[in-house]
Design a protein around this ligand. Sequence first.
Ligand SMILES: [Zn+2]
Length: 277
Amino acid sequence: MLTMLEIPESKTIGIQAEDTLSGKTITNVFTATKPHKLTAYHGEPAQYKNFLTGRQITSARGHGMFVDLCCDAETNITIGDGTNLRYYAAGEPCPEKHQLLIEFHDGSFIAFTVAMYGGIWAYKGVFDNKYHRGSLESISPLEDAFDESYFDNIFRNTSKNISLKALLATEQRIPGLGNGVLQDILFNAGLHPKRKKSTLNDFHEAELFHSLKATLKKMTDRGGRDTEKDLFGNNGGYKTILSKNTLNKPCPNCGGPLVKESYFGGAVYFCPNCQPL
Ligand SMILES: [Zn+2]
């Protein structure tokens, strides 16, 4: 299954990892059961065992489309969008396939799996990756500082003819706001994903801002979306309005049929009635 690490999931997994993994010392590291071309590493994954053994996890944090496991000696492990991180208690069976597995002193372990593409980076100090840096330096929509004027600034700094999907979910203008969370944000704002920015008035823009804040907060408060898995392999508690899970259900607003279309590098879901173009 494709793992989508967006704001609600990175935040949830970051909190779970901080609570569950802090204080654990790495005693062993196992490389991929099967090589996977589209998994990115920092240097040679064969070196991870030497690099990580003996390190203790001190904290964890989720931001944008990343989760960072921070260890002592300035050592960090970062996963990005597409990588699933799962915790197993001592004695639980190992997954058949993984791209990396880290065992701790108490017999518990974490497994990293990648379905299509993903990254598992272990490094010292600051991660030299522009998206990671951009994510750390930007203000999350979950923070109060992400206010109407902050959003308006992002909104203004895009071309007139840009669609709402492209504005919100590409170029990492809002790190971790991807094609997944986008669907319910636009549904709640009553706006079509293909709609051009130039057709929005101030009222629409305000609706979009409020929906973006409220929808992401709700998704995060409920432990991520029901289409995604948390650190323990459970689905998130947020019930998606528009996703592959709901496509065959009627629109919760008007009862009409929902539509799925391929648009701008991924599927968009919408209600043509409640989100007119
Ligand atoms: Zn509808």
